[in-house]
Every structure is written in structure tokens, then in C-alpha cells.
Design a protein around this ligand. Structure first.
Ligand code: SAM
Length: 243
């Protein structure tokens, strides 16, 4: 059914399915973002998805599903760890220009792409940092300073929580974008989540517009400060996940 729709129609109608009213400006920004993604993807590895309709659904709408599932407060401070080509952080910023967004990635080439996107789309209140979560999570300006941390396709949950939770303020949330089979990962991360000062709030199951692929949003709430020793030094969370 999605084959008969243009890219712009997919974004607009998919947004409606997610209870989002994406205006003309947002749709145009998604068009430009998609063009830049395809252009840069010929030079650097950004995505294996190159079909325009698939980009609309599997990257852009997939990034936006969170907005239909949890309340993301006006002007809240959001960090996207391991953003890659900007997912979910840039689609969130396009759909919700009020948000204050920080994008983090350890690959310099992707960071250069993200800077170009921000420049060409003239996005405000969004910054990109090149570095590893294990280092940036100790910076005073980032530590426990975000209302919401998000991550998609970056690491298994026991690793991911160590990357993300140090950025979240007490009372804030970390939402992991996962596929359908996330139960085991969530169980494996239970001790790490406790150690890092958080609780599992909810695992929400949802579906991608048009194609119906299952997605899980795993929502954690920060309840206590993260001990200063976390995150451990670069590479260690992945090598020896907290258990
Ligand atoms: N979130 C994007 C998405 O959903 O398409 C990108 C996914 S890509 C598979 C994972 C990204 O996480 C890569 O760009 C990689 O450089 C970044 N990454 C992995 N470990 C990281 C770390 N410890 N700190 C910062 N970035 C990291």
C-alpha cells in the first residue's frame, strides 16, 4: 500500500498514524534530510537502506514512534547516544523543534554529515559531539543533565544502559529503541540498571506505520544518582557488560 504514496505522503500520513501533525515545513525538512542522506551515503557508510520509501518508514517514522508513546515535555533536553546518521535525534528535532537536542557519535565522518544536515536544515538548539559515551558521560555539562536519553541500534541492553543512564537526570528517562525480541536483553540488563540508579518503567510494544513491523520501546526511569565510577573506561562496558 505504501508503494502508491510519495515520500511526502508517507511522512505526513505515517505521522498521523503516530498521532503527530507534521506541518509542511517538517515534511520539506525530511525531504532535504533524505536527499543529503542519499548523497553522502555514496561517499561514507551511513545506511544500508537506500529506497526512498524505506527511508521514510524505517528511519524517519521509526525514529518518531516514541512521540506517540511517551510524553516528551516541551523544550526538554534530549541526548541521542550513538546517533549514527542522526536516528532518532534528527527526526525528533524536525517533528518537535522545541526540543533541545544533543547528538553523540564516536565516528568522525558521521559527525561531519550531521553538522552538514544541521546547517542545511537550519536547525537550532541542536548540537553534535564527536566522542564516546564512556567519556562524554563524565563531562560535567552532560552528566545527569538530560530529561531524556534515547538510543537505537547501538548495543545490547546491558551495555546500552551504561552508555546512557549517566547522562539522565534523576527523575528523567532513558528509552531504548529495540526490535521485537528484546525480553532477554531486558532481563540481562536488570542488575546493571539497578546499579546505575534506574528502574524499568515500561516495555511498550508498538508497530511501524504502513508495514506493521513490531518495535519495542524499553523505558527506564532514573531514580538515584549513578555512581561516579560509571561509565567505565572506553570499551570496557562492551568487553565486560555489567551483570
Ligand atoms: N542510532 C543510529 C541508527 O539507529 O541508525 C545509528 C546506529 S549505528 C549501528 C551505531 C552507532 O553508534 C555508530 O554510528 C557508532 O559510531 C555509534 N557508537 C557505538 N558505540 C558508541 C559509543 N560508545 N559512544 C558513542 N557512539 C557509539
Amino acid at each position: 500500500m505504501s508503494k502508491n504514496l510519495t515520500f511526502a505522503e508517507l511522512i505526513k500520513q505515517g505521522g498521523q498514524e503516530l498521532n503527530l501533525n507534521l506541518d509542511k515545513k517538517a515534511v520539506l525538512l525530511f525531504e532535504t534530510y533524505k536527499d543529503l542522506l542519499l548523497e553522502w551515503n555514496q561517499r561514507i557508510n551511513l545506511t544500508s537502506i537506500t529506497d526512498v520509501n524505506e527511508i521514510a518508514i524505517k528511519h524517519f517514522l521509526d525514529s518518531l514512534i516514541i512521540l506517540g508513546e511517551i510524553e516528551v515535555k516541551v523544550q526538554c533536553r534530549v541526548v541521542d547516544i550513538g546517533t549514527g546518521a542522526g536516528f532518532p535525534g534528527i527526526p525528533l528535532k524536525i517533528a518537535r523543534p522545541d526540543l533541545n537536542v544533543v547528538l553523540v557519535d564516536s565516528l568522525q565522518k558521521r559527525v561531519a554529515f550531521l553538522r552538514e544536515v544541521i546547517d542545511k536544515l537550519q536547525l537550532k538548539n541542536i548540537e553534535v559531539y564527536h566522542g564516546r559515551a564512556e567519556e562524554l558521560g563524565h563531562y560535567p555539562e552532560f552528566r545527569e543533565s538530560f530529561d531524556l536519553a534515547v538510543a537505537r541500534a547501538v548495543a545490547k541492553m546491558p551495555v546500552l544502559v551504561e552508555y546512557n543512564l549517566p547522562f539522565v537526570r534523576v527523575g528523567g528517562q532513558f528509552v531504548a529503541f529495540k526490535g521485537p525480541e528484546s525480553d532477554e536483553e531486558v532481563k540481562l540488563a536488570a542488575n546493571a540498571v539497578f546499579e546505575l540508579g534506574a528502574e524499568l518503567e515500561e516495555a511498550k510494544e508498538t508497530y511501524l506505520p504502513f508495514i506493521g513491523d513490531r518495535r519495542s520501546l524499553i523505558i527506564y526511569r532514573k531514580t538515584k544518582h549513578t555512581p561516579p565510577k560509571y561509565p567505565r573506561r572506553p570499551g570496557l562496558p562492551e568487553k565486560k557488560p555489567l551483570g
